[in-house]
Write a protein that binds this ligand. Structure first.
Ligand code: FES
Length: 108
């Protein structure tokens, strides 16, 4: 039996991201995007829950902290992953983020 254990994963240098930037990466079977808005960092799955579209090429709205799918335009809140409009109904998974020694880590 294979058991996956979540742990902090070192991803990228914190200073490499400015507000409005996105950084996508893969970890095991997960496709993740980190988003920086002002001093806040968010990490979510980057594949839309409606169909297969990569949210890292979607539209970031820094004001309401949403990421909009480029295919059918569902917007997802970055803090809890919930869709704000159809057609997506299911939330994205969201992950804890921390900065340690100027490196961004995501709990995966
Ligand atoms: S694929 Fe994202 S809303 Fe349809």
């Amino acid at each position: 039996m294979f058991v996956m254990i979540a742990r902090w994963v070192k991803v990228c240098e914190a200073k490499s991201l400015k507000s409005g930037d996105m950084f996508e990466f893969d970890h095991q079977d997960k496709k993740i995007v980190i988003v920086k808005i002002k001093d806040d960092l968010y990490a979510t799955d980057r594949i839309c829950t409606h169909a297969y579209a990569d949210l890292s090429i979607g539209i970031l709205n820094e004001g309401d902290k949403t990421l909009t799918c480029p295919l059918h335009l569902s917007a997802f809140k970055l803090d809890d992953g919930k869709p704000q409009n159809l057609p997506a109904k299911d939330p994205l998974s969201v992950y804890e983020v921390k900065v340690e020694n100027n490196w961004i880590h995501v709990f995966l």
